[in-house]
Design a binder for this molecule. Structure first.
Ligand code: IFM
Length: 444
């Protein structure tokens, strides 16, 4: 099965990549890393399927050369990775772990040696436990902690990475983790959520300031977007979808580009915001060099008048779904890319920094046949191409993820990889989707 779309359908210089994150693949028990809040979240009954954690993960800490060979072997141009904050600063602040910094140094050199462009993310959810115990994202001091950490990583890797993103998916960092309680630290508290919604942007701003002062002109942030659709045409359901859209899709980008928060979200969060938040908005609006867009699905909302703000109830959608239960809705990707360019960032370079799907893949006879993923990828590449055709300054597309890995609250029970990872042996086997992508990207 082929993708039916490939490199030739995109402008010259358009980058194709694969994405991963540190805690999901490295194995945080190796190499002197400190604990992070996902270790204790996973050790608390009921939070993570099978109480699995990232202690061993895919053992990328030891197998990184094989993994980079897989990226390069697919004719991919770029590799998006993250640094584990607790690996390089086991206490979150203070003395660095030389073994951790050396690891990332080798990793970046390994990418360059294979002709891969390194796309670095500073924070992909591994808040060091020492800082989590001091309130983590709910503590305003997180901005300073993060800026110091950003400086440390930049000093070691900044000369060789192609781009640096401050934070991956602030909505997950703040809302999913402090309001919905589904990710570490597992809070379900509107005041904690409002503080985290603001502090995650303040930390981003402090990180940008720190690295700009070092002359870095490759700075961005990675936001996630999910199409919010109303369950019906009633004014109440339309308003519910608009509230969800404001919290998920508008809060971060409007703060970053306009220095304001959307009224539909602020109306509920205002009483819980940290004191003096308004004075931070000019810092948060500091210019970016590029924007990363993560997109997976859409969500259908109806108004729940009996519930406290934001008064949202989920409705199951009719479209085919991945094994995450997420509807497959590629039009949403074109929709966000064109909307972001039109309403927010103009001609600023945009990358699709994550898009992918989990399916119940099986290794049979030494191979993995994953037609669902091939169809998903083909549809979303076509949606990306449509956005390019509509004039969006789109510079690249990263598939999530290179490997089957630690899918957070789902443990290892969800497989997003182009490459199958056997949970017992950790052997890697490229799936049919990997081979289809390789054929679609091959250069003469
Ligand atoms: O695995 C995650 C990743 O860490 C962040 N974006 C979404 C992916 C799939 O859930």
């Amino acid at each position: 099965m082929t993708l039916g779309i490939g490199r030739q359908d995109f402008p010259d210089g358009f980058l194709f990549g694969a994405a991963t994150s540190a805690y999901q693949i490295e194995g945080s028990s190796f190499g002197g890393a400190g604990p992070c809040h996902w270790d204790s979240f996973a050790a608390t009954p009921g939070n993570v399927l099978g109480a699995e954690d990232g202690g061993r993960a895919c053992d990328h800490f030891h197998r990184w050369e094989e993994d980079l060979d897989l990226v390069a072997g697919a004719w991919l141009d770029a590799y998006r990775f993250s640094v584990n904050w607790a690996r390089v600063l086991p206490e979150g602040t203070g003395p660095a772990n030389p073994e951790g910094l050396d690891f990332y140094d080798r990793l970046v050199d390994g990418m360059l040696a294979r002709g891969l462009r390194p796309f670095l993310t500073l924070y992909h959810w591994d808040m060091p436990s020492a800082l989590a115990m001091r309130g983590g994202w709910t503590n305003r001091d997180v901005a300073g902690w993060f800026a110091d950490y950003a400086r440390l990583v930049h000093a070691r890797l900044g000369d060789r990475v192609e781009t640096t993103a401050t934070i991956n998916e602030p909505w997950c960092v703040a809302w999913l983790s402090h309001f919905l309680g589904a990710h570490a630290p597992g809070l379900r508290d509107i005041r904690a959520a409002a503080h985290a919604m603001h502090h995650v942007l303040l930390a981003h701003a402090a990180g940008i300031e720190a690295l700009r002062a070092e002359g870095d002109a490759t700075l961005g942030i990675v936001l996630n977007f999910e199409h919010a659709a109303p369950a019906s045409d009633t004014p109440a359901d339309n308003a519910a979808a608009a509230r969800a859209d404001a919290i998920y899709n508008r809060w971060f980008i409007e703060a970053l580009t306009r220095g304001t928060y959307p009224e539909e979200a602020l109306s509920g969060l205002l009483p819980h915001m940290p004191q003096g938040w308004e004075a931070d908005m000019d810092r948060i609006r500091a210019p970016l060099d590029w924007l990363g867009v993560n997109y997976y699905t859409r969500h259908i909302y109806r108004d729940d008048p009996g519930a406290p703000w934001p008064g949202l109830a989920d409705v199951e959608g009719p479209l085919p779904k991945t094994s995450m239960g997420w509807e497959i809705y590629p039009e949403g990707l074109t929709g966000f890319l064109t909307r972001l360019a039109r309403d927010h960032v103009g001609s600023l370079p945009i990358y699709v920094t994550e898009n992918g799907a989990s399916f119940d893949d099986r290794l049979e006879g030494g191979a993995v046949d994953d037609p669902g993923r091939i169809a998903f990828l083909a549809a979303h590449l076509a949606a990306t191409r449509d956005a390019v055709a509509a004039g969006v300054n789109l510079r690249g597309f990263f598939y999530w993820s290179l490997l089957d890995n630690y899918e957070w609250a789902f443990g290892y029970a969800r497989r997003f990889g182009l490459v199958h990872v056997d949970r017992r042996t950790l052997n890697r086997v490229p799936k049919a989707s990997y081979h289809a992508l390789t054929a679609a990207l091959a250069k003469a």
